[in-house]
Design a protein around this ligand. Structure first.
Ligand code: HEC
Ligand code: HEC
Length: 188
């Protein structure tokens, strides 16, 4: 009985230990660090430039993986590679927690195109979430700038940006499909 009890407390301890790094992310520290991001990604992660993605409400696990990808050079972008190179693991976790905690924004877009995109979007929602809000490593697409989304889809199609899933999917999309899907997601 007491052995069982001991085992139980050890497993509870282990659970707390494993959970600790997730809850340790410091949103206030992330907000302070985000001063270096505002010039491009806008206040609270709402970007005013269609080439620069909104980060507001983006999935924190996805932000962490992308900042690491820029840092190690597996995702290419001169601006982001030099910025991410100067971030520590704590900075990355705090920034991700801060942006995920911000209210979502909608980029808006061409409503006729958005309607055309809606009919193709169902094949994306299984991974990107029923409202395209994202899920862990699957990024939020809802409200993202359509121009940015089209650019990323082309990067996957050309193999410049690597992702097994997305490269295969982007290969099946024409330029018109991409524009329609991007207009649909941007308007959410
Ligand atoms: C000089 C402009 C600039 C600054 C400053 C900047 N970024 Fe970026 N960021 C970009 C651009 C441009 C992209 C899109 C790169 C691409 O097209 O692949 C991007 C992409 C990203 C992405 C990927 C988003 C996605 O949806 O995949 C993340 C995460 C990110 N930036 C975080 C940050 C953080 C955190 C900071 C501050 C520490 C920062 N950025 C500062 C320009 C900037
Ligand atoms: C099998 C799962 C899966 C499906 C289905 C899927 N995606 Fe993705 N998508 C991903 C993953 C995983 C990533 C992140 C890739 C990475 O880590 O760089 C991603 C990334 C993206 C990005 C980049 C977002 C950003 O912020 O940079 C876009 C755009 C995108 N997907 C659009 C789509 C569209 C449009 C569809 C439907 C036609 C779709 N995806 C279907 C898994 C999927």
């Amino acid at each position: 009985m007491s052995a069982l009890k001991t085992r139980f407390s050890i497993s509870v301890l282990l659970v707390c230990f494993w959970a600790a790094p997730v809850f340790a992310a410091d949103i206030t520290a992330g907000e302070q660090k985000a001063a270096a991001c505002i010039a491009c990604h806008g206040p609270k992660g709402k970007s005013a430039n269609a080439q620069w993605p909104n980060l507001a409400a983006q999935q924190s696990a996805y932000i962490v993986s992308q900042l690491n990808a820029f840092k190690t050079g597996t995702r290419n972008n001169a601006m982001m590679q030099s910025i991410a190179g100067n971030l520590s693991n704590d900075d990355i976790n705090n920034l991700a927690a801060y942006y995920f905690s911000q209210p979502p924004v909608s980029a808006g877009g061409d409503s006729t195109l958005a309607k055309a995109g809606q009919s193709k979007a169902s094949m994306c929602l299984g991974c990107h979430g029923p409202s395209a809000e994202g899920n862990g490593q699957f990024p939020r697409l809802a409200g993202q700038h359509p121009e940015y989304l089209v650019k990323q889809l082309n990067s996957f199609k050309e193999g410049v940006r690597k992702s097994g899933h997305m490269q295969a999917i982007a290969n099946t999309l024409s330029e018109e499909d991409m524009k329609a899907l991007a207009a649909y997601f941007g308007a959410l």
